[in-house]
Design a protein around this ligand. Structure first.
Ligand SMILES: *Cc1c(COP(=O)(O)O)cnc(C)c1O
Length: 372
């Protein structure tokens, strides 16, 4: 849907993205930065975000799926793209066709990549994936040698990098993250033992970029930080970030609800005395989560107000008490207005989830307006 007249929309501030990218780059010094743009750039628009980062001369971009890599190529992005997730065998030729960097999470997959590259008369660029404690994809750190040795026998594969992923770099207790880093570095000793050059080593996500500088190694993979959001409130805020996304709607209905009359499905809320309630054209099918019912706040005319009753699929009610609001007045769901601010982190807290889920839940029904 590209109807930008809809009275519910997201503004994407690409200048803030630039600020965050540069702030992260400054924070990690000489370490390479690979901004992560998977999941439609965390809801910010895959191509628009990637194009901005490419204009800033980013050396590479990271996505989760080969489909996202292909979409970037079709959108005109020429920067190297690393597909971080696994791929099924039938997708391997697509990587080669679109010049995408592989993740090899097993010896089998590595062999399949090598064969496919040989058949296509080309060389596949590959990052080997080691599992140091996430138990998701990758060869276990205690078997990493088998993957490293197999790669040496694959002439059609160029091992550009070796990487692993933190399970809990966003915890206040970093003991497990430190253990994972230790396991990773120990596995990588394979290269020095065999007097071979070590490929590019990377492990750090956003939380580790902030909280664990010794994990920066050769390259960092920040996603959430690019969008100006901190992974958790536990993570120290060492980088000054600017939120990239804001979300606004407009009042489309005003009424007075009499005392005791319940609002919305399930009658979960009713005012104790007559109150003014406005309706916003946004609901859980837009990604304004039902878990926000009777929890979230919005800003209307510089006042913070409560969402009341259950959030519906397409509409949400707000108690504006004795203040006034007219049809067409703006309501801020995420963003700032006057002296108030509502952050992605606030919505995550109110709905008992993480900021990632808030951002990636905003559906395609909500038009995005990009601001250079
Ligand atoms: C998504 C992802 C990242 C980025 O994570 P953030 O917490 O958003 O920084 C980094 N590495 C891998 C492998 C990922 O899947």
């Amino acid at each position: 849907m590209n109807d930008t007249e809809r009275p519910t929309w997201c503004d994407i501030n690409l200048t803030a993205l630039e600020h965050n990218y540069k702030a992260v780059q400054a924070h990690v010094g000489n370490t390479q930065v690979m901004p992560i743009v998977k999941a439609d750039a965390y809801g910010h628009g895959l191509i628009q975000v990637a194009q901005k980062l490419q204009d800033l001369n980013t050396s590479c971009l990271g996505v989760a799926y080969v489909e996202e890599g292909i979409a970037l190529r079709q959108g005109g992005i020429t920067t190297p793209i690393h597909v971080l997730g696994g791929a099924v065998a039938r997708q391997i030729p697509l990587f080669l066709e679109h010049n995408l960097t592989f993740t090899a999470p097993s010896v089998d997959k590595l062999h399949q990549i090598n064969e496919a590259a040989k058949t296509a008369n080309t060389t596949a660029t590959v990052h080997l994936k080691i599992d140091t404690g996430m138990e998701r994809i990758g060869v276990h750190h205690y078997n990493a040698d088998t993957l490293f040795e197999a790669a040496l026998q694959c002439p059609s594969v160029n091992v550009e990098g070796v990487f692993t992923h933190f399970a809990s770099a966003d915890h206040p207790d970093l003991a497990f993250a430190r253990l994972q880093l230790e396991r990773f570095l120990e596995a990588l000793e394979f290269y020095s033992r065999h007097s071979l050059p070590t490929p590019k080593r990377h492990i750090a996500n956003s939380a580790a970029v902030m909280a664990l500088p010794e994990s920066h190694l050769d390259l960092v993979r920040p996603g959430l930080l690019m969008y100006g959001v901190a992974p958790t409130t536990d993570t120290p805020h060492q980088i000054e970030l600017q939120p990239v996304l804001s979300w606004r709607s407009e009042v489309i209905y005003f009424k007075v609800v009499e005392a005791g009359n319940p609002v919305s499905y399930g009658s979960t809320w009713a005012p104790e005395k007559p109150t003014r309630v406005v309706t916003l054209p946004v609901g859980y099918a837009d990604g304004y989560r039902r878990a926000l019912s009777n929890k979230a706040q919005v800003i209307i005319n510089d006042n913070l107000h409560n969402v009341v009753g259950k959030v519906c699929m397409d509409q949400t009610m707000v108690d504006i008490k004795a203040t006034s609001a007219y049809n067409g007045d703006q309501a801020v769901l995420i963003g700032s207005s006057g002296t108030h601010q509502i952050t992605v982190e606030d919505l995550a807290r109110w709905s008992d989830t993480i900021p990632y889920e808030i951002l990636t839940a905003i559906t395609a029904r909500v038009p995005r307006r990009w601001h250079p």
